[in-house]
Design a protein around this ligand. Structure first.
Ligand code: PGA
Length: 235
């Protein structure tokens, strides 16, 4: 089965950085690479061999919601994917599971594939299964679960250079799969791992057999490093 690689470029690149980045990234041929640029740069990334995703999507349809981008708008531009519930939004924008559920519903309504990010903080690590279960159940309430990609991203591993052991990741991925099977009777869900993946540790992450791919943040913003990650992970 082909693995997926998602790049979260966050809000980190200037216009100049982006145009340099595009020169290199456009050389990649893999259709299973999904790049999530800052919204205003999205048009520069469209209609290439790779796929494009948003970093967030509105919980509303079209309407007077200043600053938001809806799934209705994104889907008609050919954008297929959207990150939903990323920990940086949960933390800085105080995004709650109920709102995340509405975003997933919107994305699915317009045929987009939401990439739902879940994961515990360091303080919650001992209760991680309970935390992740709650996040999943609330976010996926009344949705078509089999159309959603799940990314397990422990908050303490996002942007910290601290990464769980393979055993810890494997255990949580199995837990998520088991939960989805039990709760929704679905077995074909794609589950990714994300948090502090680099060109140095990607070969180690590749050894985890039960993941369908990876979500890369900071290391995807340096184009040479990201290309190396793709090459190492997909080879
Ligand atoms: P990171 O970010 O790779 O910088 O830890 C991961 C993410 O944005 O999901």
């Amino acid at each position: 089965m082909t693995k997926i690689i998602v790049a979260n470029l966050k809000m980190c690149m200037s216009t100049k950085d982006t145009s340099e980045y595009i020169k290199s990234i456009n050389k990649i041929e893999q259709e299973n690479v999904i790049i999530c640029p800052t919204n205003i740069y999205v048009p520069y990334f469209l209609n290439k061999k790779y796929k494009v995703g948003l970093q967030n999507i509105s919980s509303y349809d079209l309407g007077p919601y200043t600053g938001d981008v809806s799934a209705n708008q994104a889907s008609t531009m050919g954008i297929k994917y959207a990150l939903v519930g990323h920990s940086e939004r949960r933390i800085h924008q105080n995004e709650k599971d109920e709102e995340i559920n509405k975003k997933i519903t919107q994305a699915l309504k317009y045929g987009m594939i939401p990439i739902l990010c879940v994961g515990e903080t360091l303080k919650e690590k001992r209760n991680r299964k309970k935390i992740v279960k709650k996040q999943l159940e609330q976010a996926l309430k009344n949705t078509l679960v089999n159309k959603v990609i799940i990314a397990y991203e422990p908050v303490w591993a996002v942007g910290t250079n601290v990464i769980p052991t393979n055993k810890e990741i494997e255990e949580m991925i199995n837990y998520i799969r088991g939960l989805i099977k039990k709760r929704y009777d679905k077995t074909n869900i794609k589950v990714l791992y994300g948090g502090s993946i680099t060109k140095e540790n990607v070969s180690r992450i590749k050894q985890i057999e039960n993941i369908d791919g990876i979500l890369v943040g900071s290391s995807s913003q340096i184009v040479d490093e990201f290309m190396e990650i793709i090459q190492k992970y997909l080879k």
